[in-house]
Ligand binder design. Structure first.
Ligand code: KG4
Ligand code: ZN
Length: 336
């Protein structure tokens, strides 16, 4: 079995996965969303303190598996340095105590592996990765080969939902609450322009859209619940159209597309986006792969799933040399 730890942002999570058949034996996550909600975003030092409390608590529950552990995996990049270090320190201590090798895992590769929890991986695929820290389209050839086809120039897709929610006073994280409000709103009330629509650039940008939302909010004297719902719906429609517009362009411009289109990351839980991608995949005669909702946001099961592949190739990380890198994409990653 392999024990995996995730603490790159505001979720403390540990999983135990069987290496042979990928079966998940234990998986627990303690989310800090409520603690950060009043600040409208993640406060790194508070997050680190909460991980220091939560991780040992979860670890206590998986003690029965210690004797069977063949490796310890941990997210070491990208993420918040002060929170990554909590998981990495625990992983190093476990490796020493149990005389097991360490697998440092790139968080984004973990998100991609979330598609294959308790399953075999299928490749190649075009993958849209939408999280709080990243917005990328990748050509994924295997668990180990990634090519970035497009990425954001500024804010990420998920982050833009967080910022809109903050401006509307709806708390953190913004994604789920903005999606809920959008269901009651008129998506055509505000005519937000789709970012980079007239540009040929294969890239994303969300900072301008955020500004358009800010101006719309400022133009209303007293914002009522319907105004908020209409802003959320119009924003969500535009944010998703932007993803679809560039994704379509990528699929059209490539001479040969793989048969699979997939979407991963915390924001891939968005139902409106899933729906639109379902249609897009049909238009391009592709199969759409989605992770189960419980594995979209940060979790240790996805880190464990990726680590199994690394373990099989003996891609271990020296416990004295493991690096914490706040900003590394999976294509540039030096870790397993
Ligand atoms: O992958 P994740 O859990 O953490 C990072 O690696 O960043 O993604 C969290 C992000 C947050 O920005 C959150 O607002 C967004 O995913 N998110 C959503 C939804 N659920 C979570 N964004 C849009 N719609 C959702 N339903
Ligand atoms: Zn994530």
């Amino acid at each position: 079995m392999l024990l995996s730890i995730e603490s790159s942002c505001d979720d403390s999570s540990i999983a135990v996965t069987k290496i042979d058949d990928k079966k998940l034996f234990f998986h627990k996550k303690i989310s800090q969303e409520i603690d950060h909600s009043k600040y409208g975003g993640v406060v790194p030092e508070l997050a680190a303190r909460l991980h220091a409390k939560a991780l040992p608590k979860i670890l206590e529950e998986c003690k029965e598996y210690f004797k069977d552990l063949k490796a310890i995996a941990v997210t070491n990049e990208p993420g918040l340095s002060v929170t990554l270090v909590e998981g990495v320190t625990m992983a190093k201590a476990l490796c020493i105590a149990l005389d097991a090798p360490l697998v440092g895992v790139n968080h984004l590769k973990g998100h991609i592996a979330s598609l294959f929890i308790e399953k075999e991986g299928v490749f190649p695929m075009i993958t849209l990765l939408v999280s709080g820290g990243h917005t990328q389209v990748l050509f994924v050839k295997s668990f180990f080969e990634y090519e970035v086809l497009a990425e954001t120039l500024d804010d990420s897709f998920g982050e833009s939902f967080d910022k809109v929610a903050k401006m509307l006073g709806l708390g953190y994280p913004g994604g789920p609450v903005v999606e809920e409000y959008a269901k009651r709103g008129d998506e055509d009330r505000f005519d937000f322009t789709v970012p980079l629509y007239n540009s040929n650039r294969l890239a994303f940008s969300y900072s301008g859209l955020k500004n358009q939302v800010r101006l719309a909010i400022e133009s209303i004297k007293e914002l009522n619940e319907q105004d908020k719902a209409d802003i959320c719906a119009s924003f969500q429609k535009t944010a998703v159209l932007h993803l679809l517009h560039k994704l379509k362009k990528i699929l059209k411009e490539r001479t040969k597309n793989p048969h699979i289109l997939s979407v991963v990351g915390g924001a891939s839980a968005n139902g409106y986006l899933r729906n639109r991608l379902e249609r897009l995949s049909k238009d391009f005669d592709m199969e759409l792969l989605l992770a189960p909702l419980e594995y979209c946001s940060d979790n240790a099961a996805m880190i464990g799933r990726y680590a199994i592949e690394a373990y099989k190739k003996s891609l271990f990380t020296d416990i004295d040399k493991i690096k914490i890198s706040p900003k590394v994409s999976c294509a540039q990653s030096f870790s397993a």
